[in-house]
Write a protein that binds this ligand. Structure first.
Ligand code: PEP
Ligand code: MG
Length: 280
């Protein structure tokens, strides 16, 4: 029951065998940030920034980014805030990009404006920045050069190209975050809006194998890997994600209570055996 789950908010997200799972939240509004904090998240593992700008007539400037970000980041003071740069995509495209040879990474001046706004608006948080739809380590290095050195910079792993180049990308980024929504679509050949694309399909062998490879690559470099796609809140996928070594899950604020309760029921050795069976 919802009330029983909410009562568990003060309990740690620890498996039966004592492994801590860090629970972060995916947010895009001030309301979601407040809900995430109220539900006991350690911070935000994904701050989506493009949703404010779906009717924009051009690339937002620094002031527009700052105005959008301040209310979302305010409630996250002192907590992890992982702000993702604009992720316009075919399923979320403002009018000025329709018919252009986009999606891709924004031009440097548009990215620079957003990074300056993020750095200022996130000054009171434990700020991290991440780049969506990464396809190469060069993209990570180029974007990172526009950001102050002190801010950890991460790459989302959500394309087949990123999985191919995972070692180089892992070396170029401070952290990785797996976007299971796009990764599942891409590896299973489904459109992002296809009703057959469900969060649980991230547990199918081609996707789970890619997730396992990502976790292994990042662990070789000793840096954190989180999962921020909807699979991180899916009751079927969670044990398999934990089974391939995922220890940081970022989920919708409304899912935090249920995910914490499920984590507390898991045994990581059982999860590893289940994942090995799927991968075999
Ligand atoms: C994903 O693709 O899994 C993800 C977290 O990003 P978005 O859903 O915003 O594309
Ligand atoms: Mg995505």
């Amino acid at each position: 029951r919802r009330a029983d789950l909410a009562a568990g908010r003060t309990l740690p997200a620890v498996t039966r065998d004592g492994q801590t799972i860090t629970l972060l939240a995916n947010v895009a509004t001030a309301e979601e940030s407040r809900a995430a904090v109220a539900a006991g998240a350690d911070g935000a593992g994904l701050v989506r920034t493009e949703l404010t700008f779906l009717t924009a007539l051009g690339w937002p400037d620094e002031a527009a980014h700052a105005a959008a970000l301040r209310p979302v980041l305010g409630p996250l003071a002192g907590l992890v805030a992982t702000v993702r740069t604009l992720d316009f995509a075919p399923d979320k495209l403002p009018p000025f990009l329709i018919g252009r040879s986009y999606p891709g990474q924004p031009p440097p001046e548009a990215l620079g404006a957003q990074l300056r706004a993020i750095t200022a608006a996130g000054a009171a948080t434990r700020l991290r920045v991440m780049l969506p739809m990464v396809q190469s380590a060069a993209q990570v290095r180029e974007a990172r050069a526009l950001l102050p050195e002190a801010v950890p910079f991460g790459a989302m792993v959500e394309t087949g190209a990123a999985v191919e180049a995972i070692d180089e990308i892992a070396a170029a980024a401070d952290f990785l975050s797996i976007g299971t929504n796009d990764l599942t679509a891409s590896l299973l050949g489904l459109g992002r809006l296809d009703p057959a694309l469900t969060p649980a399909r991230a547990a199918e062998p081609p996707v789970l194998r890619a997730i396992a490879a990502t976790v292994a690559a990042r662990e070789r470099h000793g840096r954190p890997v989180s999962v921020c796609g909807d699979a991180a809140a899916d009751p079927y996928a969670i044990p398999l994600l934990v089974g391939v070594g995922c220890r940081i899950l970022s989920v919708a604020p409304s899912a935090l209570d249920a995910v914490r309760a499920q984590v507390r029921s898991l045994d990581t050795a059982e999860c590893a055996a289940a994942a090995a069976a799927v991968l075999a």
